[in-house]
Ligand binder design. Structure first.
Ligand SMILES: Nc1ncnc2c1ncn2[C@@H]1O[C@H](COP(=O)(O)OP(=O)(O)OP(=O)(O)O)[C@@H](O)[C@H]1O
Length: 270
C-alpha cells in the first residue's frame, strides 16, 4: 500500500471448491465458490461455531484446506512465501500472544517485520508507518503502556495497530470490535472504511452485530454450519428468513436509508 494508491487497486480473494477440517474430523468449512471483491468491504456473519474464523484463517494460509484453494491476486495463497503474503495480506485474529512487557509501540513495530530484511533495522518509512497505525487505531495515549496491563478493549486496539502497521493491500479482521465500547467500535470501523476509501484496500471482516455489518459492509457472506447460506449486498442477504434459518431468531427487518435494520423479537427454540 502506498499513499497514492487509488481505490480499486487491491486484489480480490476468491474461494473455489474448498473443504477444510481440523485433524481427522468432518469438514467445518465447505464452499463451492465465494468472492471477497477487490477494493470492497465484505463482512462475514454467522452464529458461533459456523466457521467464520476458520474461513478467515484459510484466506491467510494459516490453515490449509483439505481440498480446493483460496486465491489472492489470482494466486493460491499457499504458494506465497510467508513474508511476501504478510506484506500484502494482514490478519487480525482473535488469538493474541505477546510477552506481557511488550509495549503498544513495540507491538505495532512488529507489524513492520515483513517489510524489512532479517538483519535490517527500522527505516524512516517504518517509523512513519508505525506512527500512522498507532494513530489510526487510536492508541497514541497508550503507546508506551505494556500490553499486559491493558484492558480487553485497549489490547484489541493495540493488536489492530500492529496489523495496520503492516500496510497491506488487503485486511482480514476477526471481530475487531469485540470488547470495544460503542465509541471505539465506530472509530475502528471508520478507520477501516477510510483505508478502504483512500487506498482501495480489500477488507473481509467478521462482525457479530448484523445491523452494524449491514450498514458498514458493501457485501455480506452469511455462513451456516460451515457453508455459505447467502452472499451478496446487505439488502439482499439480511432477511427475516436468514435470521430464522441461520441465527435462530424471530426478527423484523426494516429497510431505512442506511440499509436493513434488524429488530430481534425472540430466540427460536431448537
Ligand atoms: N483448533 C480447532 N480444533 C478443532 N476444531 C476446531 C478448532 N477451531 C475451531 N474448531 C471448530 O470448527 C468449527 C468452526 O469454528 P470457528 O471458530 O471457525 O467458528 P466461528 O464462526 O468463528 O465462531 P465464533 O463466532 O464463536 O468465533 C466449530 O465447530 C469449532 O468447534
Amino acid at each position: 500500500m502506498s499513499a497514492d494508491d487509488g481505490a480499486g487497486d487491491s486484489p480480490p480473494l476468491s474461494i473455489r471448491d474448498i473443504a477444510l477440517s481440523y485433524g481427522d474430523g468432518e469438514p467445518v468449512i465447505e464452499a463451492e465458490r465465494l468472492e471477497v471483491p477487490a477494493g470492497e468491504i465484505t463482512a462475514l456473519i454467522g452464529p458461533n461455531g459456523s466457521g467464520k474464523s476458520t474461513l478467515l484463517k484459510s484466506m491467510n494460509a494459516e490453515l490449509t484446506p483439505d481440498r480446493g484453494a483460496v486465491a489472492f491476486d489470482g494466486r493460491d495463497v499457499e504458494e506465497f512465501e510467508t513474508t511476501e503474503l504478510a506484506r500484502r495480506l494482514g490478519l487480525l485474529s482473535q488469538e493474541h500472544v505477546a510477552p506481557e512487557s511488550t509495549t503498544v509501540r513495540e507491538l505495532a513495530t512488529h507489524g513492520r517485520y515483513p517489510h524489512r530484511g532479517f538483519f535490517e533495522g527500522m527505516r524512516e518509512e517504518d517509523y512513519r508507518a508505525v506512527d500512522r497505525a498507532i494513530e489510526r487505531a487510536g492508541v497514541e495515549h497508550l503507546a508506551d503502556r505494556r500490553v499486559g496491563d491493558l484492558s480487553g478493549g485497549q489490547a484489541q486496539l493495540a493488536w489492530l495497530a500492529m496489523v495496520l502497521a503492516q500496510e497491506t493491500d488487503a485486511l482480514l479482521l476477526d471481530e475487531p470490535t469485540t470488547f470495544l465500547d460503542l465509541h471505539h467500535q465506530l472509530r475502528v470501523l471508520d478507520a477501516v472504511r477510510e483505508l478502504n476509501e483512500d487506498h482501495g484496500i480489500t477488507v473481509c471482516v467478521v462482525l457479530h452485530d448484523i445491523s452494524q455489518a449491514a450498514r458498514f459492509a458493501d457485501n455480506l457472506i452469511a455462513l451456516r454450519d460451515g457453508e455459505p447460506y447467502e452472499w451478496g449486498p446487505p439488502d439482499e442477504v439480511v432477511t427475516e428468513d436468514l435470521l430464522r434459518d441461520v441465527f435462530g431468531v424471530e426478527a423484523e427487518v426494516g429497510f431505512g436509508p442506511n440499509g436493513p435494520r434488524v429488530t430481534p423479537r425472540r430466540a427460536i427454540d431448537e
